[in-house]
Write a protein that binds this ligand. Sequence first.
Ligand code: MG
Ligand code: ZN
Length: 534
Amino acid sequence: MMRRLKTRLRGLVPYPSFPVILFLIVSCLSCSRSGSEVKNLILLIGDGMGPQEIGLALSYARYSESPALKDRALALEKLMNEGTTGIALTSPEGFLVTDSAASATQIATGKKSRPGMIGLDRDGNRAESILEKARKSGRSAGLVSDTRITHATPAAFAAHRPSRAMESEIALDILDSGAEVLLSGGLRHWLPGGTDGSALKPAGSVGFPVRSARKDGRNLLEEVRSQGYATVFDRASLKESSSPKLLGLFAASEMPDAITVNRTRSHKERTVPTLAEMTEKALQTLSQNKKGFFLMVEGGQIDYAGHSNDAGRLLHEMLVFNEAADVVYRWARGRSDTLVVVIADHATGGFSFSYSRHNPPPAIRLPGAAFKDKEYSARNNYVNPSVLDRLYAQKKSFENIRREFEALDTALQTPERFMRMFNEAVEFKISLSQAAGILELMDAPPGFMFKKERVYKIPRIRDFPEFYTAAMENRSNLMARAVAPEQGVVWSTGGHTASPVLVTAWGPAKHTRSFGGVHHTTDVYRLMAGALGL
Ligand code: MG
Ligand code: ZN
């Protein structure tokens, strides 16, 4: 390079002095540095997607009898095979285990944060996010999630509040962030207080029931429209929109769970877009900006499946997230200006397949010489891969079974009725006495609160009840225990675990290389910001 430079310089200046050469080298280096940034960063966050959850999806892709995946290859696997994977600790300030708010804040800002905080550092100061910095650099920005746009993960990229529960205030911050594409659920935080979906007419209408969760009278939809955004509330209008600024809210609260998504995806009358469809529209819209973009896509309900210890739903949630990753992979393939990062904020539930003494497989004859005179026995049940298809066949999430049961008249809420409802929806059947066990209640600890309400009775969790903090929702965790031996599945908690998460970077090697090895999520921010030249 030096020789080539000198040869070129000789043509320009007969006898270049040393300072001139140094100046030219330095300016050349800095010009090449600014030219080596990536234009676009696409960050895929699987909320609650620990290594075991990725393992479940990989196993399904490889070993299922009839995989819902065409070529048995997950986009997540392709990104890992072609990119670089490392691991990241997720701990927030002062603790080993994180919640989604602190973790997303750490990924978004590079600053340590505390559980519950949105976009604030550990001292409670505003921390600028990668989304905000990317917009300052002239790039566009987008947030996509299948929970609510004001939920902790997307919020941490565009809002700064002391509590994740302040979703109506978070909506104001998101509005102010200027992010061009916002696609998710959570319409209830955008309507004037005291109104329902009819408040949208005549400007628009929604096909789902919604009541405002705002306390003030602000109509954020009108405000956002006055800033030049198109607002859409169903799949068809999302598809049709060509607006460069787009707010799409497709549910009052969170969007449908992945079992519902996968079971209704071919319905002609489907009005709710999938995570993949939202991702596709976000890419199409944001990529109009010649200066590039930042996009965060969250598979937000992997975490929900983990909290309720629902393995069938977990598999579906992973596949729905993978479908969005596939849209990103196909969009970015062949480009050299885009960095794709896949990460989780933490793992949830402590899911794993595990061997047990339940139904050990029969002894079999093996052709090999070592077993000429005897049979082979695995002794324990090491979990038959057919479990994967039976998990996929689940018709309803444990949470939906619970909600439907609890919506019945009290007199109808019998163990017989519960057993029937559960066994209709789940391949792994429960007995009447198991149903009765799932419905059993015990006194809540003194002063037990859930979602700001005092709770007196909670489901009788028999193993470490302290780790199940979600009141009546813990019935799902009891369902999981009833089917655990048949599923070959164990869970360790109703909450998050401190498991390190995998982080995969895909794109130009000079930017992905450094993602290998062991990191903290705050380091991951620095690597991403560095790649964007921020
Ligand atoms: Mg989340
Ligand atoms: Zn969670």
